[in-house]
Design a protein around this ligand. Structure first.
Ligand code: ZN
Length: 228
């Protein structure tokens, strides 16, 4: 989900743990063990992973897949959630779902705080109840340049898991409620423009096609734009 945010902060942490990395000489005669700082090896792993990440954009059919429940709460899931947060912050979004970066699993990340320092990660999120109505003016990182009004539930109860697999149960209203509903829709292959009445949708589709044409002139890869 996208909202205009001007302040973006990044936090880096380093630590003193080191891991061994085997290094072979060109002639295979020398075999040394060198030590690289843990954060360097981690960064290399992330770089490799992020090479494979792409932000899918409408009308890419992969956005229409129903995502699978997460069963393993391992280091790979943690790394993916870190990448999702990074992409969300760099794109100035307030929410991102894993299928948007071509990982069709049920995980979403959100940060609606003004200072951009309150990241939320929900795995296998489900609404257990909802009430009231609210109109929201929404945008989406996967449908750039388009904003439209969508009717959502005002309050929701959410049952989900944290990144470590522990259970979380929260009540949310207003912007957080809207954002959670928007991101869960992505997990079910639904986009916010699906709520728009047909006549208005035709106008939007024309606008999207026009945007697409313009952006294709800049990025010839087709329906996707590489993150890195
Ligand atoms: Zn979205």
């Amino acid at each position: 989900m996208y909202e205009k945010i001007t302040k973006v902060k990044f936090f880096f942490s380093s630590n003193k743990f080191y891991v061994p990395m085997r290094c072979f000489g060109k002639k295979q005669q020398h075999r040394d063990i060198i030590f690289l700082p843990f954060f360097v090896t981690l960064k290399l792993r992330f770089k490799q992973m992020e090479k494979d990440l792409e932000l899918l954009q409408f009308p890419d059919e992969r956005l229409r897949r129903v995502s699978k429940p997460v069963e393993s709460f391992d280091a790979g899931l943690m790394a993916l959630s870190d990448s999702m947060l990074r992409i969300m912050y760099e794109s100035r979004g307030i929410g991102l779902a894993a299928p948007q970066i071509n990982h069709p699993i049920r995980m979403i990340v959100i940060d609606i705080s003004e200072d951009r320092n309150n990241p939320l990660i929900f795995v296998n999120p489900k609404l257990t109840s909802f009430g009231g109505n609210i109109e929201s003016n929404e945008g989406c990182l996967s449908v750039p340049e388009i904003r439209t009004t969508v009717k959502r539930h005002k309050t929701i109860n959410l049952l989900a898991q944290n990144i470590d697999g522990s259970e979380v149960n929260i009540e949310a209203d207003d912007l957080l409620s809207i954002c959670i509903q928007h991101e869960i829709d992505h997990l079910d292959g639904k986009l916010f423009i699906d709520y728009v009445p047909n006549i208005k949708l035709q106008r939007l589709r024309k606008k999207i096609a026009k945007q697409k044409k313009l952006s294709n002139n800049q990025t010839p890869q087709g329906t996707t734009v590489s993150i890195v």
